[in-house]
Write a protein that binds this ligand. Structure first.
Ligand code: DQA
Length: 146
């Protein structure tokens, strides 16, 4: 089972960016952790990051066309990108899993982070557990009935 683990803007700055919120570990550490968890769970994980909205939209189209499940941290796009939402909707419409993840719990933060345009088309959302949010998302995908 293939899973694309897609990460939006500023997540390439993990370790440097607001470590009190996002932790001291880097994006490379996250990629290594996600692929190790994937192996344990019998999943083939392909983790990517971009600051570019059109790139994430293209990766979501790729997931539909190649029938990969998706773990998506849309980062700031979570809160306003209808283009991302419309691309994400195609994942679940195709019968694939889309797990929205966040490192922090956006509901404990500024009010502009309280609304996600992606949640309404996600299979489910996991937020607030740091890197463990990704492990829980991968476990949820691995536990799905085939
Ligand atoms: C985030 C939360 C978003 O509000 C923020 O814009 C991010 C990261 C998280 O993982 O906690 O960039 O998605």
């Amino acid at each position: 089972t293939r899973v694309l683990v897609l990460n939006g803007p500023n997540l390439g700055r993990l370790g440097v960016r607001e470590p009190e919120i996002y932790g001291a570990d880097t994006f490379a550490d996250l990629v290594a952790a996600a692929s190790a968890w994937g192996s344990e769970l019998g999943l083939e994980v392909d983790a990517r990051q971009t600051d570019d909205e059109s790139q994430i939209v293209a990766w979501l189209h790729e997931a539909v066309d190649t029938r990969a499940h998706v773990v998506l941290n849309p980062a700031a796009f979570t809160h306003y990108s209808y283009a991302l939402r419309d691309a994400a909707a195609q994942i679940t419409a195709a019968g694939l899993a889309l797990v929205e993840v966040h490192l922090s719990n956006p509901h404990t933060r500024e009010s502009f982070r309280h609304y996600s345009v992606v949640s309404g088309v996600a299979t489910g959302t996991i937020a607030g557990f740091g890197f463990q949010s990704y492990r829980l998302a991968l476990a949820a995908i691995a536990a799905r009935p085939a």
